[in-house]
Design a protein around this ligand. Structure first.
Ligand code: NDP
Ligand code: 2IT
Length: 444
């Protein structure tokens, strides 16, 4: 049995109840086969794969807080500090009822390679809680965030572990968490990213994941003799990533026509209006039915369905496994020629394979959504030097980083005999740097 197969068997045995984590490991290890086979003896002796699939540390804790009726509520908090070979742990905090150990481990595992791809010195981590900010008052959200940080502050710090936003964690939550961290430690340091602009946040961090996704897509299309100009783009999600992906798609000459949330989706024949979307989702924190109310020309549909809309380019920006084989077939049948992941692992393995077999350009999230964490690392740099860069400065660094990620993934895919397979290219390019650092640092 090959080393990769041995470790896949081990990981399945040890993590049987964590399907998303197994899915992420399966995809990465399978695509690393050519690199592992070229170094099998060394990597096996050094147990590189056994080490890379085992988090350095996992923290799981109780988060008690009091709701507006005086009732005590209890959530479970998590932080997985996965790999610090190339820098302090870095990765977001997800606040969603579906959060469990397996979800946080899959996200933390992906983050190792994504962070490596950015070219910046950040290790991989992820955290969150099964708390649902939806429908909660600001005071309830603050009570939760303060309790969450009252435990987590012991394990994080500007040079050890730097959390940020993810699903359900935006500027409001980061603000409450930062305030509590500062109160407990007395430290005014860059311990969280995605902060507000008046207390250490970076310009362009809010837009970074969505903008970065489009910079990557644009470069991938150009390298394949295509362009975004005049193309119809279908987007899922209506949160941070989706909103700014839609905005940058317009700026690059494309027409984004859909968005979605967990209850329904919008098709706007005139193209999604960003100001309306921001008003509905960020100001009113309302459902997409409100978008329809403000834009009578748009259609609102209950449930899932954006992937049935005819398009040239598809950008899944909501959540994991939101695009399955049937969706992939519908997209290909409708002429879609490029898919770039804004979310983490939104495409199932069967759907990914179907796209690749049918000549669709496919960008994996750990490469195409890395603009968020890359800009978080730029926020850390600004905090360290106690300076703020202009929007243009940050945005141009972000653009360069995304272009470099594309070319690194593209070249790694060519070098290992799978040209155009950006999934393998991204995994290989991300892995090589982490492994070099792990080998240099000995058995730790
Ligand atoms: P937000 O919370 O801002 O938005 C999430 C969006 O996805 C919402 O529209 C939400 O709908 C929808 N959604 C969430 N869960 C589900 C679900 N189970 N089924 C259907 N729709 C769902 O999160 P982000 O935009 O920050 O994150 C979106 C994705 O991008 C995630 O996979 C995240 O890990 C990834 N990502 C985020 C980065 C960032 O910087 N924020 C960076 C890189 C990746 P509703 O409002 O109804 O819940
Ligand atoms: O998935 C991700 O890369 C994020 N949620 C952003 C992490 C970060 O540290 O900015």
């Amino acid at each position: 049995m090959s080393y990769v197969d041995e470790v896949l068997e081990l990981v399945r045995k040890k993590n049987a109840s964590e399907p998303e984590f197994l899915q992420a490991v399966d995809e990465v290890l399978n695509s690393l086969r050519p690199v592992i086979e070229a170094n099998e003896e060394l990597y096996k002796r050094e147990a590189i794969l056994e080490r890379i699939i085992e988090p350095e540390r996992q923290i799981k804790f109780r988060v008690p807080w009091v709701d507006d009726k005086g009732q005590v509520q209890v959530n479970t908090g998590y932080r997985v500090q996965f790999n610090s070979a190339i820098g302090p742990y870095k990765g977001g905090l997800r606040l969603h009822p579906s959060v469990n150990t397996g979800i946080i481990k899959f996200l933390g595992f992906e983050q190792i390679f994504k962070n490596s791809l950015t070219g910046l010195p950040i290790g991989g981590g992820k955290g969150g809680a099964d708390f649902d900010p939806k429908g909660k008052s600001d005071r309830e959200v603050m009570a939760f965030c303060q309790s969450f940080i009252t435990e987590l502050y012991k394990y994080i710090g500007a040079d050890t572990d730097v959390p940020a936003g993810d699903i359900g964690t935006g500027a409001r939550e980061i603000g409450y968490m930062y305030g509590q961290y500062k109160r407990l430690t007395g430290l005014y340091e860059g311990v969280l990213t995605g902060k507000g602009l008046t207390y250490g946040g970076s310009l362009a961090r809010t837009e970074a994941t969505g903008y970065g996704l489009l910079y990557f897509t644009d470069e991938m299309l150009k390298s394949n003799g295509k362009s975004l100009e005049g193309k119809t783009v279908v987007v899922s999600g209506a949160g941070n990533v989706a909103t700014y992906a839609i905005q940058k798609a317009w700026q690059l000459g494309a027409k984004p026509v859909t968005c979605s949330d967990s209850t329904g989706w919008i098709y706007d024949p005139d193209g999604i209006d960003v100001a309306t979307l921001i008003e509905v989702k960020q100001v009113k924190r309302a459902r997409l039915t409100e978008y329809k109310a403000m834009r009578p020309n748009a259609e609102y549909h209950e449930g899932k369905g954006v992937w049935t809309v005819k398009c040239d380019v598809a950008l899944p920006c909501a959540t994991q496994n939101e695009l399955d084989l049937d969706d992939a077939k519908a997209l290909v049948a409708n002429g879609c020629f490029a898919v770039a992941e804004g979310a983490n692992m939104p495409t199932t393995m069967e759907a990914t394979k179907y796209f690749q077999e049918n000549g669709v350009l496919f960008a994996p999230g750990k490469a195409s959504n890395a603009g968020g964490v890359a800009t978080s690392a730029l926020e850390m740099s600004q905090n360290s030097e106690r300076l703020s860069w202009t929007f243009e400065e940050v945005d141009s660094k972000l653009k360069n980083i995304m272009i470099n990620i594309f070319h690194n993934a593209d070249e790694a895919a060519k070098k290992y005999g799978c040209p155009g397979d950006y999934v393998a290219g991204a995994n290989i390019a991300g892995f090589e740097k982490v492994v070099t650092a792990m080998l240099a640092q000995g058995v730790v």
